[in-house]
Design a protein around this ligand. Structure first.
Ligand code: 0O2
Length: 209
């Protein structure tokens, strides 16, 4: 299989979507209002991970692009849980892609303790052979959820998915601690935001000195 050719439109989609989603944050900055988006990352799934997922899920080579929905993956990280739903509203209003699936792993966390909001979108890219509509996954999560998921992902990789029981238990406890952190921060959200506004204003003043 010519992976370079297959993945080229996905690389294009990730590049385009990173720019578009990052501009959303920039627009809030121009307007000096709180951005529900803290930062945006994106990646194209490595070929080895695509093949591993296909093998694990029994997906044949000719079905990979239809059934592996996260070959193009974007991640939007927010400060507060409410921001996730604000971002979802913004994404639903857009005309440049269609949301075809929503998975709320915040309301219903995964067995591992994983929390995040996922959407699958249909996104059109312009290629030299015409338009290609492909699938991409956008994960939306808080900084605390991201911290947990990044660490759990590394541990999972280290143990090839067979995490020892004791570490699994600790990870679940850590997931609950991250959840409580999000709850506590939400309860003092106004304080945090006011402090950040004051800090930003001061930074602006210092910059002009
Ligand atoms: P990557 O790129 O290494 O992160 P699945 O059957 O669960 O593998 P499915 O059905 O395609 O996958 O969709 P799901 O579970 O909605 O989303 C899969 C992606 O969500 C994963 O991608 C992770 O990025 C993230 N994710 C889901 N569950 C967990 C979890 O328990 N821990 C962590 N850290 N991340 C999770 P991949 O395929 O792992 O790829």
């Amino acid at each position: 299989m010519n992976w370079e050719a297959i993945l080229a439109p996905y690389t294009q989609a990730v590049d385009e979507l990173k720019v578009k989603l990052r501009r959303m944050r920039a627009q809030y900055e121009y307007e000096s209002s709180h951005s529900p988006i803290e930062f945006v990352t994106g990646r194209v799934k490595p070929v080895s991970s695509i093949l591993e997922k296909a093998r694990r899920k029994g997906i044949s080579m000719d079905r990979i692009e239809d059934e592996i929905q996260d070959i193009a993956g974007l991640r939007i990280v927010c400060q507060f849980v409410d921001d996730i739903y604000a971002v979802m509203e913004l994404l639903k209003r857009r005309n440049d892609f269609e949301i075809i699936e929503e998975k709320d792993y915040i309301a219903e966390k995964k067995e591992s303790g994983y929390r995040s909001y996922h959407i699958i979108i249909k996104y059109p890219v312009e290629t030299i052979h015409g338009e290609k509509i492909l699938l991409a996954e956008i994960q939306i999560r808080t900084l605390a959820m991201n911290f947990w998921a990044t660490n759990e992902h590394s541990i999972n990789y280290k143990y090839s998915g067979q995490i020892p029981v004791d570490i699994k238990r600790r990870l679940k406890r850590a997931a609950e601690a991250a959840f409580r952190l999000d709850e506590e921060m939400s309860s003092i959200r106004n304080e945090v935001q006011e402090a950040q506004k004051i800090f930003k204003k001061k930074q602006g003043q210092d910059h002009r000195k």
